[in-house]
Write a protein that binds this ligand. Structure first.
Ligand SMILES: [Mn+2]
Length: 280
């Protein structure tokens, strides 16, 4: 039986923005450019920006920042510029689960626990990247247990950055190839796994990324107040139309902003039942 996340609680005052699955890396210059623009917008509009995992397409260790490749140098600069103005938080994803304290300190960001309960001015919710919820994907969960193991990580860290990069590339390719044989349902979160963690923590709202399937879901008829909000991914280099978006959380609304070809706001999620707002 898992323990509730009682220790992983954070309270943030003021407007909070959330974005996930940006996959920054040398493979996505246009995605990166769009994200840097977003960072400027966020620095004007919110108090806290939380990047909910897969910020980077791969992260092979914080030592990368000591002699960064050009794309990473630029990314670090933009993230630092943001954190000079507003508070920045990092959550690890499945591709960048090796993000550590050195990166967080360098960015003047706060590294958050993998799963936490967040209190904002008007809302309270569970927050996580979400790959742990894809429990139907047995081969991925097996892989996850291995790579998250301390011994595996110690071995990985004993290798040179070059070797680590080679291994990361190998697994990224393998995961892509395996993904082609997995059904849409297998690579989505498992409804039961979501409900379990929500009930365990007595939190009727769950926010996560990872699946790249932005939406608001109501769980089931037995739990009409339980809902799951999925963050969009960012992709401007290999997809037409490009995809991007974020969630803004004010004292009144949780709003899903999706940047389609027309740049318009696509969805508004209502406030909690006690202060129901209009759905648009
Ligand atoms: Mn992911």
């Amino acid at each position: 039986m898992k323990a509730p996340l009682s220790l992983n609680k954070r309270a943030l005052r003021g407007t909070v923005w959330l974005a996930a699955d940006i996959h920054l890396g040398p493979q996505g210059p246009h995605t990166a450019a769009a994200f840097y623009q977003f960072l400027e917008q966020a620095a004007d509009a919110c108090e806290h920006l939380i990047l909910v995992g897969d910020i980077f397409n791969a992260w092979i260790g914080d030592e990368q920042i000591r002699a960064p490749e050009p794309w990473l140098h630029t990314a670090l600069q933009h993230l630092q510029q943001f954190s000079q103005r507003k508070k920045l938080y990092l959550v690890r994803g499945n591709r960048d689960f090796l993000i550590g304290k050195e990166l967080a300190t360098f960015l003047q960001a706060e590294l958050l626990p993998d799963q936490l309960i967040l209190h904002t001015d008007a809302f309270e919710f569970l927050l996580m990247h979400g790959d742990e919820l894809c429990t139907d994907d047995h081969s991925y969960q097996r892989f996850r247990r291995i790579v998250r193991h301390k011994l595996t990580q110690a071995l990985f860290y004993s290798l040179s950055l070059k070797s680590r990069q080679r291994i990361a590339n190998f697994f990224r390719k393998r995961s892509k190839a395996a993904g082609q044989h997995k059904t849409y349902q297998i690579t989505d979160v498992n409804a039961g796994a979501c409900l379990d963690i929500m009930l365990l923590n007595n939190q009727p709202t769950l926010i996560h990324g990872h699946t790249h399937r932005p939406a608001l879901h109501h769980l089931d008829a037995q739990h009409p107040d339980y809902r799951r909000i999925v963050l969009p991914d960012w992709e401007f280099d290999h997809s037409q139309p490009p995809r991007a978006g974020w969630l803004s959380i004010t004292s009144e609304h949780i709003t899903l902003h999706r940047q389609g070809h027309d740049d318009l706001l696509c969805g508004v999620v209502s406030a909690p039942p006690q202060q129901q707002q209009a759905n648009v």
